[in-house]
Design a protein around this ligand. Sequence first.
Ligand SMILES: *Cc1c(COP(=O)(O)O)cnc(C)c1O
Length: 397
Amino acid sequence: MQLAKRAKNISSSPTLTIDAQAKKMIADGIKVINFGAGEPDFDTPDNIKQAAIKAINSGMTKYTPVAGTEALRQVIVDKLARDNDLEYKPGQIVVSAGAKHSLYNAFQVLCQAGDEVILPAPYWVSYMEQVKLAGAAPIVVAARVENGFKITGHDLEAAITPRTRAIVINSPSNPTGAVYTRDELAALGEVLEKHGVTIISDEIYEKLIYDGLEHVSIACLSPALKEQTIVINGVSKTYAMTGWRIGYAAAPAKVAKAMADLQSHSTSNPTSIAQAATVEAIQGDQSAVITMVGEFVKRRDYMVDRLNAMPGVQCNRPGGAFYVFPDIKGLFGKKYNGTEIKNASDLAAIMLEQAHVATVPGVAFGDDTCFRLSYATSMANIQDGLNRIEKLLGDLS
Ligand SMILES: *Cc1c(COP(=O)(O)O)cnc(C)c1O
């Protein structure tokens, strides 16, 4: 059977592939330390689960409006005003089956063949494939480790052409954890406003932010920028709700309508029960988030300190999300049992096979001098995994 060109060009998500490989080794009885996970290790808070159970028992089991229930869209409007200084109407909110789905809808309604979409690298894997699926060309702009993995207005201006349609900004970032400051966003915003480039602002890690840093949505910096921006957010990461599949977009009314119309012919509304749980997640008790953030900080600090103590490894202390992204250029040319390490993929393969530690090589994110370790796993696992990595690096010659 013949596949369409569109399908042949998609690669499977490399983060999920490594996760699957690690899970297979675990199933074979091997004790693998999995730093590949892209989801919190915590359970969904109980108040959120109870809201879902209540929704089932009260018969909230039918179709809802395509873009989400009135109640949920109002809660999102209130949240955007409260947390992000952004005024929207419920008709500008589209709730989808995860932020990934919101992003997909956005690229589909905004981009077509001939368009260019700027992706600051390291970038989250799905942006690349979603841009291509929309027929557009991804234009990768490398952010340097020396600049905390953030691009500058200058880097951005150099990449803009008459074909530039959109840019993706992801702060806090997956995979680097980098957080843009208000001033850094203002510098990018100035360039984007001047050239009328649409901004897709993926703010899924908004609440997982440390050291007193402030999350700023680029959309709030000026009325013009708000008109140019689609804000993407969701509950997967903040509330440990990855399985519930709820994300949302806030956009100019015309764009929101197009996204909802597209969704009306693909998935229709996201799960009614998960929507009810999301109302509780966003407007209910937030203490579980504070507890999770406290845990994440401890793990991050431990991980960064241990990695930086290993010769050849250089690791920034990221301000958000739950990943570290150490640079291992210093190990290139070294050998393990005669196998030379030429890039982070080589090291990641050796780590999985020899030390049974799963990580994600940076090539998946457009930078093969680094690899990603998630600290969304227990402190005991983190200690064990870092001991293994340290031992393996000590065996390099
Ligand atoms: C996890 C993640 C998402 C998508 O999360 P959903 O579970 O689809 O809501 C989007 N963007 C980034 C950067 C992520 O890491």
